[in-house]
Design a protein around this ligand. Sequence first.
Ligand SMILES: [Zn+2]
Length: 316
Amino acid sequence: MHIIDFHMHLPPTPKDPVEAGRKLVASMNKSGVSHSVLIAVETSKSLFKLKMDEKALRKALSESGIHAVMSKWGVIRRIIENPEKVLEEHEYLLAEHRRDNRQILAAAEASGDRLIPVISYNPDITVEENIKCVERNKGRALGMKLFPTFHFIDPGDRKLYPLYQALMDNNMVLIVHTGCDPGIWELPAMCKTARPRSLDGVARSFSDLDIIVAHLGSYSLLEPGIFFHESIELGGKYENVYFDTSAVDIYFVGKAVSKLGADRLLFGSDYPYMVGLTLRDIVCEYIRAGWDDDVKMKILRENAIRLLGLHGWKIP
Ligand SMILES: [Zn+2]
């Protein structure tokens, strides 16, 4: 089968983006994946330093409540024991995983159409400048991704509406990370804007903007499926909302099929960030899933072809 993967990143090594892209395409060749959506990750160490110090960490802890103490103890204990080290590690990881727009575009261009680039929101520049970036990449990038967690933004913030308008005007999609993120972003107070319900007003106000809720609201190592129910609610209300299945336990994907049907679910691997899993492992789980063949075809290929086609990408 020629699978389309709607959620992939460049690996941290090799550093050279074109080489890293070649490595991805080699994994795709071994896994039956014909095309992948390659997502840029803009991170900001200075923004992190500005937003997060020991005081802010302690505040996030106290706001996270008793539920967090029970379900997120692993993270919380480390913060209490050594907050300085925890902050340092996060700064390091943000820098390590940064793959900016320029790199993604270079890797995609060298891949002969196998990699379809999605640029990242950049928290170091203004909304206006992000809009210019969208305009510059019309026809070159499929869309833009926002990371409410480490970009420290609320996707429902009206200040971002002009950006959504620009994406719509330029026939691009909006992708939003939902759920937690590793480390301190597992704390409820640190991922409260990365919830599908933050997108309710956006989906309503921009009914012609195709919005992809990454991770089905379910991303969490400590609490898988954390905001899954909000994805179902959002998907039930708005036809312009899609969901990618990256980093989601396949149990929740099956549940989404039964609640929403299969027409707006897009296979995503989050490769190579699924530690310990090859792309082939992730694909095989879907091939083996006990769903009807037409459901599998929709999730693994057909929905992606339809959506890409609407935004100017013709898959042969
Ligand atoms: Zn991802």
